[in-house]
Each structure stands twice: as structure tokens, then as C-alpha cells.
Design a protein around this ligand. Structure first.
Ligand SMILES: [Zn+2]
Length: 210
């Protein structure tokens, strides 16, 4: 009886493992497809030695960033470990601190394994209020990523407060809110960062390459 139980237990474990690997593989395929679709639709800009990659190196983030030739404002962290931002986002960031925050935020999603957490949730959704709970999880992940980014920026002598200027500008311009993200106002209120006096009037760096 004991050994039968043992076999059953091993079998259940194996099944669980298979199931988890399956979910992960599915997530990887989905994000890879999503990435390829975006590239096929907008195309990539030449990013060798870009400000984006230089900023990642200054943040000691071992990752590369590619730039999508799109005027939309978006940043992506793909499960296989790459970061992609849009040209539109780069044009709206006014200094390297703001860009650093966005990149660190995307890296945080990868480091904190937010995709896996989310796919785990989706594979076994709770019986009660699944939509509301999913939304809560996404909010929590976004705020966690902001906190991780704040810390990373401070460690490598960037000014995390600068991201508030960008968020406020987007808020004034009526940037459409993403439904599964906390509102920009919520993000500002939660970060509770002291506002920097530095003026947000464009890139300080000359010869700024995309
Ligand atoms: Zn995010």
C-alpha cells in the first residue's frame, strides 16, 4: 500500500511538473509570437550603441533593448528575457533618468518572474472573482516593478523622481490608460517620491542616438 502510494505520489509530481513546463513553454511561444508580430508590423530601428543600450549598461542590467519603429507609447519585457521600447516612448522621455526608470521597470518584470506568476494564476484561476483578483495581481506587479526600478536607479546614481515628470505629462496629455495597469495617478501616489526640482525640458545629452 505504501509503495503504491509512493508511485502515485511520484506520478502526481511528474504530472504537475509536466503541467508547469507546459504552461511555461506556452508562455514562451506566445511571447515569441507576440514579439515577431510587433516586429513584422512596425519594424526595428538600428539600435547598436543606442542610448537605450548604454543606459542598460549603466544600470548594470545584462540585457539588450531593441526599438520598435512605432509612434505608440509602449515598453515590453518578453519572457525569453528581452526588452523592447517604441520610438514614440523614446521621444516622450525627456532625460536619461526617465528612460532608465522605464528600462529598469521592464527588467523588474523579468527578474521578479511576473509572467510566470501571471500564467500560474491563469492556469488555475480562483473560483470567486477571478477577474477582480487578476486585476489586483497585475496592479501589485506594476507597483512592485516601480519599487524595484526606484531602488535600481538610486543604486546606480540615477534620479528615480524624474519619472514623475513623465507620468504627469502623460496624464496631462490624456494618455489612454491601460486597463490592466494602475492609473498613472495611482502610481505617482504609491511611489511617494519627493518631486525633484530639476526641469523636465528635454534631453540633457547632446548627440542623443535612439
Ligand atoms: Zn509594467
Amino acid at each position: 500500500m505504501l509503495s503504491r502510494f509512493h508511485i502515485l505520489y511520484v506520478l502526481v509530481l511528474l504530472l504537475l511538473q509536466l503541467f508547469n513546463t507546459g504552461v511555461l513553454a506556452q508562455t514562451l511561444t506566445q511571447t515569441s509570437q507576440q514579439k515577431q508580430q510587433l516586429i513584422a508590423r512596425y519594424g526595428l530601428l538600428e539600435t547598436k550603441d543606442s542610448t537605450c543600450n548604454k543606459t542598460l549598461r549603466k544600470l548594470k542590467i545584462k540585457n539588450t533593448c531593441s526599438i520598435l519603429n512605432s509612434n505608440l507609447f509602449n515598453a515590453y519585457a518578453f519572457t525569453e528575457g528581452s526588452i523592447m521600447i517604441t520610438k514614440g516612448l523614446l521621444q516622450k522621455t525627456h532625460n536619461v533618468h526617465q528612460l532608465a526608470h522605464i528600462l529598469a521597470h521592464e527588467q523588474a518584470h523579468l527578474v521578479l518572474k511576473h509572467h510566470h506568476q501571471l500564467s500560474g494564476f491563469m492556469s488555475k484561476p480562483p473560483l470567486f472573482f477571478p477577474k477582480r483578483k487578476r486585476k489586483k495581481l497585475r496592479y501589485q506587479q506594476e507597483l512592485e516593478a516601480d519599487q524595484w526600478a526606484n531602488q535600481r536607479l538610486k543604486t546606480y546614481q540615477f534620479m528615480p523622481q524624474q519619472i514623475h515628470h513623465l507620468w504627469k505629462r502623460l496624464l496631462q496629455q490624456g494618455q489612454p490608460p491601460q486597463t490592466d495597469h494602475p492609473s498613472l495617478k495611482q502610481r505617482i501616489d504609491t511611489s511617494l517620491l519627493r518631486e525633484e526640482e530639476m526641469i523636465d525640458n528635454g534631453w540633457i545629452t547632446k548627440n542623443n542616438k535612439l
